[in-house]
Design a protein around this ligand. Structure first.
Ligand code: PLP
Length: 436
């Protein structure tokens, strides 16, 4: 099953040279497991890439996709519609926070972010506030890899190679306070006051120049940082006070990862837009969505200065096959009460993760919902090496983990049970004891 030449492919976010010398090849997946090319079962500790929330090989999705390809393989999304995209938008409105009844489809989290930021600018202009053009992000934020996303994002390696990025962008501080919050269970106690950093930017730039701020409710890709208690609430207050749109990037926190349909619902903080992707189709078919409050959509429609109110879209926006996959995925989430199972398993994961305190190399443990992170001490002069070696050791021992630098992240499919949790944390403990 091994591809005989690995050279032609340029793999994303991968050290290509090292990978091709010692590849990790996945050939199939079912339920909670991948199968490697040497026939080993690998427990999926990461739902692929925070994405396969309903686990793998779900026949309901496969059948819906196959049926859709037979019935309508494609229809153009500009000026023409097909039934499933309307149905899916309605279904999403039902599970997203009240007032968020309008959905713009794209093909990835990065595009959902790009769409949200463009909608924010176009909305401000359409209501006569065209000077509100500034976009705010945060340090340690991850919003995908397109230019707007890396501009508002706060991960240095994702930004430093790409020139001066989008202009008119600023960042608030991150909320990682290891000296105060190490080994917090769930939301840390300290750091709500860091929301005032948005006030600082308002004082610096004036609210009349700021269109929107985008934040992940839980920072995921930069290393799993749940928001301090009270932080998101305060951000919401400042946005409302200064008439700044609040965008929650829920590409990870959406679709049950925190035990609710959205992080917004989990935290009880309603933004003006939500971006999502990944779990929307269980990652089977690429899809992203930007869900907006009614007032944004209605303003854009009412104030349109041309027959088309938003000059934006993609060839594959609301692709029929992606819509079919998403509808089947939403059915599974509901029929199998997977968000509820996630809520039930969250304390089990918390307990198991924190039981590793004191294990070799670990300097912090963070968790929320069905997400946990083990931060390892960085080897001198070799940032990320220990994380990488642990990931490889886990792979050899039959477990997929995700690394960011020296932080190991866990986000298994939401169908998991106690024995999966046990296997994940027993394996990683053993792996850590064996790596340098
Ligand atoms: C919060 C967040 N936003 C955006 C993205 C980008 O999504 P994609 O890789 O589908 O473009 C990700 C991906 O991990 C993410 O975690």
């Amino acid at each position: 099953m091994k591809p005989n030449n690995l050279e032609s492919l340029w793999m994303p976010f991968t050290p290509n040279k090292a990978f091709k010398k010692d590849p990790r090849i996945i050939v199939s997946a079912k339920g909670m497991h991948f199968t490697s090319d040497d026939g080993r079962l690998i427990l999926d500790g990461t739902a692929g890439l925070w994405a396969c929330n309903a686990s793998h090989g779900r026949s309901k999705i496969t059948e819906a996709v196959a049926r859709q390809l037979e019935e309508l393989d494609y229809s153009p999304p500009f000026q023409f519609g097909h039934p499933k995209q309307f149905e899916l938008a309605n279904r999403l409105s039902e599970i997203f926070p009240e007032g968020m009844n309008h959905v713009f489809f794209s093909n990835s989290g990065s595009e959902a972010v790009e769409s949200a930021l463009k909608i924010a600018l176009a909305y401000q202009r359409s209501r006569g506030k065209g000077s509100k053009t500034r976009l705010i992000g945060s340090e340690k934020g991850y919003h995908g890899t397109n230019f707007a996303g890396i501009s508002v994002g706060g991960m240095v390696k994702n930004r430093m190679y790409y020139g001066s990025l989008l202009s008119g962008v600023d960042h608030i501080r991150h909320t990682h306070l290891p000296e105060l919050n190490s080994y917090s269970r769930g939301q840390p106690e300290h750091g709500a006051e860091l929301a005032e950093d948005l006030e600082r930017l308002v004082q610096l730039h004036d609210a009349s120049t700021i269109a929107a701020i985008i934040l992940e409710p839980v920072k995921g890709s930069s290393g799993v940082y749940p928001p301090p208690k009270g932080y998101l609430e305060r951000i919401r207050e400042i946005c409302t006070k200064h008439d700044i749109l609040l965008i929650f990037d829920e590409v990870i926190s959406g679709f049950g990862r925190l035990g609710k349909a959205t992080g917004s619902e989990y935290f009880g903080v309603t933004p003006d837009m939500i971006t999502c992707a990944k779990g929307i189709t269980n990652a089977t078919i690429p899809m992203g969505a930007t869900v907006v409050q009614d007032f944004i959509y209605e303003t854009m429609i009412e104030n349109a200065d041309a027959p088309i109110e938003l000059f934006h879209g993609y060839t594959y926006s609301g692709h029929p096959v992606a819509c079919a996959a998403a509808l089947a995925t939403l059915d599974i989430y509901k029929e199998e009460s997977l968000f509820e199972n996630a809520a039930k398993m969250a304390p089990v994961i918390e307990e198991a993760a924190h039981s590793l305190k004191g294990t070799k190399h670990i300097i912090d443990i963070r968790n929320i919902g069905v997400i946990a992170a083990l931060e390892l001490e960085t080897k001198e002069g070799a940032l990320g090496q220990r994380g990488f070696n642990t990931m490889k050791k886990c792979w050899d021992m039959g477990l997929m983990v995700r690394t960011n630098g020296d932080t190991l992240a866990f986000s298994p499919p939401l169908v998991l049970n106690e024995s999966h949790v046990d296997q994940i944390f027993t394996t990683v403990k053993n792996a850590l004891e064996q790596v340098d």
